[in-house]
Design a protein around this ligand. Structure first.
Ligand code: ADP
Ligand code: MG
Length: 258
């Protein structure tokens, strides 16, 4: 008996999205499979953030099909028909996806540990006592066990971003999305954040990472995808896409960032 391969965590087929007359996504095809790390590269304005926001239910797609864990984003299938999800059910599905932004967006008046446990307490209605231990474990995992009671202003940018990663992990997501997680950091702080991401990848976390860190993509990604003007123009193993790009847009982009 042959068993079907596991369904992709993200399955985008011909996804389109416009803002008014500005067509930002022109037919995105992308699959992210369980345990895979996919790095999405491309020039500013090509639609990378918009695509991540669609995956995370922050934007609605106009056309094509976008499935996360086999379910249409924003819709549910009942008796063979798609129905729009209520806000409540969207919130429930969003809780399965962790997102890490360029700006860390920590609560400034909460400690690192309080920031990490906020999601489980508010969204999952867990008691604080229950989640504190897990929160400490997560801070330990990102190398910040000793900074649990520090406030964001007392932490470096790299430390704050690591708290943001621990906060995303606290929800036990099926999928982690990263939107240029190191772009706002001073160069000397980039490595510590990439190290944490590399550890997560090694542990089998499914990750879609928008980044300009070509070295990270080459080393960690299973698939590199290059996006320009709302389409993925080139995709494949990182060594192929990054070291031997076939498309002119990929070549000129890499020539600029390397
Ligand atoms: P990238 O992340 O690759 O830099 P974005 O997805 O942020 O690209 O943006 C792609 C295009 O979509 C840009 O032209 C941007 O101005 C436009 N855009 C993004 N979000 C919105 C929005 N909420 N409303 C209107 N236009 C938007
Ligand atoms: Mg962006």
């Amino acid at each position: 008996m042959s068993s079907a391969p596991p369904a992709p965590v993200i399955d985008a087929r011909g996804v389109t999205k416009s803002f008014g007359t500005n067509t930002v996504l022109r037919g995105i095809d992308l699959e992210v499979h369980p345990g895979q790390v996919v790095c999405l590269l491309g020039p500013s304005g090509s639609g990378k953030s918009t695509f991540l926001r669609c995956v995370n239910h922050l934007e609605r797609i106009d056309g094509g099909r976008l499935l996360v864990d086999g379910q249409d984003v924003g819709y549910e299938l009942r008796h063979g028909k798609l129905y729009e999800l209520t806000e409540r059910r969207i919130a429930r599905r969003r809780a399965e996806i962790g997102m890490v932004f360029q700006r860390f967006n920590l609560f400034p008046h909460r400690t690192a540990l309080e920031n990490v446990v906020e999601g489980p307490v508010v969204v999952r209605r867990r008691s604080r006592a229950q989640v504190l231990e897990r929160g400490r474990e997560l801070l330990d995992r990102v190398g910040l066990a000793d900074r649990a009671s520090a406030y964001p202003s007392q932490l470096s940018g790299g430390q704050q971003q690591r708290v943001a990663i621990a906060r995303a992990l606290a929800m036990e997501p099926r999928l982690l999305l990263f939107d240029e997680p190191t772009s706002a950091l001073d160069p000397e702080l980039v490595g510590e954040v990439l190290d944490v991401m590399r550890d997560l990848a090694r542990d089998g976390m499914t990750m879609l990472v928008v980044t300009h860190e070509v070295g990270f993509a080459r080393e960690v990604a299973d698939v590199a995808a290059f996006m320009a003007d709302g389409v993925i123009v080139e995709t494949g193993p990182p060594r192929q896409v990054l070291d031997d790009p076939q498309h002119e847009r990929t070549q000129s982009f890499l020539a600029r960032v390397l």
